[in-house]
Design a protein around this ligand. Structure first.
Ligand code: ARG
Length: 459
């Protein structure tokens, strides 16, 4: 009859379609290493506490090591017929060492086991996600260092607003990415407590040592309520929301790169390696990678919503609904990692077209605020200065001029406070270098930002 682990209680085979529907091995086998490490730590504790014979514990640990090696070398293919990775490893262990293998699941349940594996897996993966964020921040930094004096228009409402430097502009993204990294770290810190020993839901009658397994597996502590330990997927929600926000940032950055790569802007040119051509239009160079990152943001948002929805209204403790955590979580993780990985070299290799930025900055009256400030420095109240400059801008638009090309006479007709130093004070370099306020676009502030971000990278 059935060779299922629970065959004792069942009189009939399960339906093949139900087996397939129930199975998670196609997506949870990626946690094989954490599953094996967790099992080895559990076996060691069971041996040390005399719950199983020490010799059995040693045999289990040794065999688990070989199973891990064999999976890694490809000698032991994962059997898709097993329900999940936990069953697969245990079945293989028992196949190899017989009765000793059957002792491993003493004082444990798949409910605490899967919670353990997932926390360990995500903890490892988050280190990699953080490293990828760092790489992207480094790429932004290298572009920023080369462009401390590159003037471009800054926008509000996508209308030219005030001059900024390209360095200042893209450092804004480095700041967002630093926060993303910090949110991932926060999530990992809260996640880093061990659920092992919560067993099915209520704990166990065996005298286990949860602190010992937690310590052996690198956890900072243990989950203090066994029912919470097996039901909690907050850590997935937290991570997925950190990833969703990371994607929001990457998608905004993508949108800028796509716009800036257009003929209309022409501010940057993405390297050939990160663009594609068209199958019909020979002139095209499309920013597909950036567009895909923007598009994939939708899936990562969706993953977060899927997880929240799975948890909504779930009674304690474990319910099979929770098996749905992994596909959403892994999709979110894989997607954000892939997007970060492609983004870093794309930013590092892009060509910044300073002339186009500078040309765009000449138009659009982005020094109008500075002109008003000039009058304010000469004693005019800001609101009056604002109106005076507004009238000058209207005159320029009517006569197809820019503020730099108005004559001193024209300026003095608007206000006798204007002197010939007005031209110097609306020069775009002046406008930028005068923005000395902390966090502003002036070169000293930009250098301070670069130093801050560089320091944070090593932390
Ligand atoms: N494959 C299951 C999951 O991913 C493992 C836990 C199963 N526990 C249970 N009582 N059926 O959630």
């Amino acid at each position: 009859m059935s060779d299922k682990m629970w065959a004792g209680r069942f009189l009939k085979e399960s339906d093949a379609m139900a087996d397939d529907f129930n199975s998670s091995i196609s997506f949870d086998s990626r946690m094989y290493r954490q599953d094996i490490e967790g099992s080895a730590a559990h076996a060691a504790m069971l041996g040390a506490k005399g719950i199983i014979p020490q010799a059995a514990a040693d045999t289990i640990i040794d065999a688990l090591g070989h199973i891990k090696d064999d999976i890694e070398s490809g000698k032991l293919p994962i059997d898709p017929a097993c329900e999940d990775i936990h069953m697969f490893v245990e079945a293989e262990l028992t196949r190899r060492i017989g009765d000793a293998g059957k002792m491993l699941h003493t004082a444990r349940s798949r409910n605490d086991q899967v919670a353990l594996d997932l926390r360990m897996y995500l903890r490892d993966e988050c280190a990699e996600a953080e490293r990828l964020i760092d790489e992207l921040i480094e790429a932004v930094l290298s572009q920023a260092k080369d462009n401390i004096y590159t003037i471009m228009p800054g926008y509000t409402h996508l209308q030219r607003a005030q001059p900024v430097t390209f360095a200042h502009y893209i450092l804004a993204y480095a700041m967002m990415l630093l926060r993303d990294r910090s949110r991932i770290r926060d999530a990992v810190n809260r996640m880093n407590v061990s659920p092992l020993g919560a067993c099915a839901l209520a704990g166990t009658t065996y005298d286990i040592d949860r602190r010992a397994t937690a310590e052996a597996l690198g956890f900072g502590g243990v989950c203090l309520n066994s029912m919470d330990a097996v039901s909690d997927r907050d850590f997935c929600v937290e991570l997925m929301s950190a990833f969703a926000l990371t994607m929001a940032h990457l998608s905004r950055f993508s949108e800028e790169l796509i716009l800036w790569s257009s003929w209309e802007f022409g501010f940057v040119e993405l390297d050939d390696a990160y663009t594609t051509g068209s199958s019909i239009m020979p002139q095209k160079k499309n920013s597909d990678m950036a567009e895909l990152v923007r598009g994939k943001t939708g899936r990562v948002y969706g993953d977060l919503m899927a997880m929240l929805t799975v948890l909504k209204g779930l009674p304690l403790a474990y319910n099979k609904d929770m098996q749905e955590d992994k596909e959403a979580m892994f999709d979110s993780l894989d997607t954000v990692k892939k997007c970060l990985a492609i983004f870093a070299p794309m930013v590092r290799t892009m060509r910044v077209r300073r002339d186009a930025m500078s040309n765009a900055a000449q138009k659009g009256f982005i020094n109008a605020t500075d002109l008003a400030d000039y009058l304010v420095r000469r004693g005019m109240p800001f609101r009056t200065a604002y109106k005076t400059v507004g009238r000058l801008v209207a005159k320029c638009i009517a006569e197809d001029k820019v503020l730099q090309t108005l004559t001193l006479e024209e300026y003095r007709q608007a206000s006798p406070l204007f002197e010939d130093d007005v031209y110097q004070s609306i020069d775009l370099q002046t406008c930028v270098s005068r923005r000395i306020s902390e966090g502003g676009t002036g070169p000293a502030s930009v250098r301070a930002q670069i130093d801050y971000i560089t320091e944070q990278l090593d932390k």
